[in-house]
Design a binder for this molecule. Structure first.
Ligand code: F3S
Ligand code: FES
Length: 255
């Protein structure tokens, strides 16, 4: 809702919004349902703060996960009006709708309401060794030196906040629980191309299996879902090339 301010510009006014929220407590409910809550939403109100107000003013049993409130921790990925978004980074007024439908990330078991069980997601992540493995015998006395051109390669994948939206959006991950998924592969790529890491070849060999990059069907849902505008599909294609080159190099080394 827009109104004219004294300088002739327009400003948004509070408006009533209906929140349709997915509810499901597996200990009590036979099946999931949507519950409606009405709220006056001021300009600047984020969906996360709207959910806080619903909990404080209307129903304290509503469950959600959050932490930083600033788009850093990746805890509050959810489907908001049909799109993967972070609740803390989504303003109610910018959705331009009087009805806001919120549901949990698909593809993960629901623990309660908007909270999903991401154990599978983190298992896959840990399986790619998501940490730097430098040469322990020759560690620098101070910090590692890295040239800007080398940092640029890993800057984008390093911005992943592990919200799980990409893996939740991937149809291959829905149908194959053994698939590593776009988030784990993006993280793998981030370390494969890190000049400070000494395990590039071992990492690439470990990633060369049927439920890794070769399982990706280049669907691009992961790219569309990412609230940080990262490109897991591109990282997966680069990994495929690196794995192939590494295979060829290993064959030549043996001969
Ligand atoms: Fe899935 Fe993304 Fe590949 S959606 S199939 S990981 S391109
Ligand atoms: Fe941390 Fe939204 S609460 S990303």
């Amino acid at each position: 809702m827009l109104s004219q301010n004294k300088n002739g510009g327009t400003e948004k006014k509070p408006k009533e919004v209906i929140f349709r929220i997915f509810r499901f407590d597996p200990n009590i409910d036979e099946k999931p349902y949507f519950q409606e809550f009405k709220l006056m939403a001021e300009p600047g109100l984020t969906v996360l703060y709207a959910l806080f107000r619903i909990i404080e003013e209307q129903d304290s049993s509503l469950a959600l996960r959050y932490s930083c409130r600033a788009g850093i921790c990746g805890s509050d990925g959810m489907i908001i009006n049909g799109k993967f978004r972070l609740a803390c980074q989504t303003q109610v007024h910018e959705l331009n709708s009087d009805v806001i439908t919120i549901s949990p990330l698909p593809g993960y078991p629901v623990i309660k309401d908007l909270v999903v069980d991401m154990s599978y997601f983190f298992e896959k992540l840990y399986s790619v060794d998501p940490f730097l493995q430098p040469d322990e015998e020759h560690l620098p006395e101070k910090e590692f030196i890295q040239y800007p051109k080398d940092f640029e390669k890993i800057e984008e994948p390093g911005r992943c906040i592990l919200c799980g939206c990409c893996t939740a959006a991937c149809p291959v991950a829905w149908t194959n629980p053994d698939y590593l998924g776009p988030a784990a592969l993006l993280k793998a790529y981030r370390f494969v191309d890190d000049t400070r890491d000494t395990k590039r070849s071992e990492r690439l060999k470990k990633l060369d299996h049927e439920n890794s990059v070769w399982r990706c069907h280049t669907v691009f849902n992961c790219v569309e879902a990412c609230p940080k505008n990262l490109h897991p599909t591109d990282a997966i294609q680069r990994l495929k090339r690196s794995i192939f080159v590494n295979r060829v190099k290993s064959i030549f080394k043996r001969t």
